[in-house]
Design a protein around this ligand. Structure first.
Ligand code: NAP
Length: 464
């Protein structure tokens, strides 16, 4: 089946590509394997030079690249520009910090001499989603290439033009042929690629369904895997919070990327004392968000990326209403041809319902009233996911409890959750395993090789 690039604002076909044949894909794996052998000898400084060049090209061509993102997946142009600049940041972060992260770590075992060195694993397959079609790829690509790994990308099938553009950018920055290749593939072809013995590891960002498939296969093959999956992040507001800032941030945190972000706040858990004020002002905030043509300046929410995503979100809202949820605003499709959905607020979603446990991947918020911090933490943790959490309180004792008791990969106090190249990013529970970004992200695809050189003296310790 052809891989189609479709403008979600109009549902008009932009371009169509034939997927690679299995034979062509095998040739690309062979090229990657050759590239890996040579790439290991490229000095780190040289890789850093190419990485900085890549950052510079991204900055010079921000407008064109951002327009391509908006055209293919519909996020507002301003957000797409921000995404490209963030990719430049992550390239510079790893160009600057790779030497520190990759430096051998001395571990005293007197009288012997011992240390850990960090070796690349080889070819890493990256299966990526469309919601941040550049950023998701760059946050993997920058540490992988700086560490000496090479990469194959199977991007989401609705962003083939972004996928090809990234490969071209990496080549233009100077990275050798074969170090980063984009493979236009159907999902059914991924199994054979991952099964190829030349592929060392896999990273997937995407849905639970894809995570299960990739994780199961990687487990069977005994290949290293990192899974960054869905989330239904809580946004907790306690009475001592700065309510104005919390409400303004809550709207942004739900609507970021037109609501299609794994770390968007999805469940708003509000203390009884301030609930009524929060609810009415949050609803006003959601109603004021400007939905429309993503190419137009000032648009805050564009269309959802695909018809399938729109259908699913609509079905989830209807299912919530069927089990007793109240729609405080929104709830319907809008604006004709494109995949637009009204910013929506639901209250009273029963905790026993299916939708309560699902991820809502679009601008739909669920509100919950709680009596105290115990109940807030209990609801926040009552989810299959465990990506991150935003919590608002000025009380140090409450802050301590939230940090310690929230079951997720990151807790952000008095601000919204956001990724940052300097900080580890990832989840627990069904949000996946492993980390991206920072030193932790780079080390996921490295071999921590223990080296011990025996001293001339007899060793004092016993062998294992
Ligand atoms: P998806 O359907 O899982 O797609 C993600 C990628 O996986 C695409 O390249 C897709 O290819 C591929 N894929 C799908 N099924 C597969 C299978 N069985 N085997 C191998 N590859 C498969 O996810 P999505 O719905 O597009 O993306 C949204 C999801 O990603 C949300 O749940 C979101 O929370 C999550 N996400 C997580 C993070 C994070 O960092 N934790 C970040 C962003 C998004 P095709 O496009 O060809 O189907």
């Amino acid at each position: 089946m052809a891989i189609e690039s479709i403008n979600p604002a109009t549902n008009k076909l932009l371009r169509s590509f034939e997927p690679l044949t299995n034979q062509a894909a095998r040739q690309k794996i062979a090229l990657a394997a050759d590239a890996f052998r040579a790439y290991g000898n490229v000095p780190l400084d040289h890789r850093a030079l190419w990485m900085r060049k890549l950052a510079a090209i991204l900055e010079q061509e921000t407008n064109d690249l951002a327009a391509l993102i908006t055209l293919e997946m519909g996020k507002p142009l301003e957000a797409a520009r921000f995404e490209i600049l963030k990719c430049a940041d992550v390239c510079r972060y790893y160009a600057d910090h790779a030497a520190r992260i990759l430096a051998p770590e001395s571990i005293p075992t007197e009288p012997n001499y011992s240390y850990v060195r960090w070796d690349p694993l080889g070819i890493v397959l990256a299966v990526m989603p469309w919601n941040f079609p550049f950023w998701q790829v760059f946050r993997f690509l920058a540490p992988a290439l700086m560490a000496g790994n090479v990469a194959l990308l199977k991007h989401a099938s609705n962003v083939p033009q972004c996928s090809l553009a990234i490969e071209a950018l990496v080549r233009r920055a100077g990275f050798p042929r074969g170090t980063f290749q984009s493979l236009l593939l159907e999902v059914s072809q991924v199994e054979a690629i991952l099964g190829d013995e030349r592929i060392a590891a896999v990273t997937l960002t995407g849905s639970e369904t894809a995570g299960r498939a990739i994780g199961a296969q990687a487990g069977w093959l005994i290949k290293k895997s990192v899974l960054e999956l869905g989330g239904s992040d809580p946004f907790i507001v306690m009475p001592s919070a700065d309510l104005d800032l919390a409400i303004e941030t809550a709207v942004r945190a739900r609507c970021v990327n037109s609501g299609q972000s794994c770390i968007a706040a999805k469940r708003f858990i509000i203390a009884d004392e301030i609930y009524d004020a929060f609810e009415s002002r949050f609803v006003q905030g959601m109603e004021a968000v400007r939905v429309g043509d993503p190419m137009k300046a000032g648009t805050e929410i564009g269309p959802l990326a695909t018809v399938r995503a729109l259908d699913l979100l609509e079905a989830q809202v209807k299912a919530a209403v069927r089990v007793g949820a109240r729609i405080l605003t929104g709830g319907e499709r809008m604006l004709g041809e494109g995949n637009y959905f009204e910013p929506t607020v639901l209250a009273g979603v029963p905790r026993t319902s299916a939708v309560y446990r699902e991820e809502l991947f679009g601008p739909v918020a669920m509100l919950f009233r709680v009596q105290d911090l115990n109940e807030a933490i209990e609801i926040a943790n009552d989810t299959p996911f465990g990506l991150a959490a935003s919590a608002w309180t000025r009380d140090p004792a409450e802050q301590q409890r939230l940090v310690a008791e929230l079951q997720c990969g990151g807790v952000f106090l008095n601000t919204m959750v956001a990724s940052d190249p300097r900080l580890p990013f990832g989840g627990i529970k069904r949000s996946g395993y492993g980390r991206e970004l920072s030193a932790a992200g780079m080390r996921e695809f490295l071999n921590a090789k223990t080296v011990l050189i025996a001293s001339a003296e007899p060793a004092k310790s016993h062998p294992e």
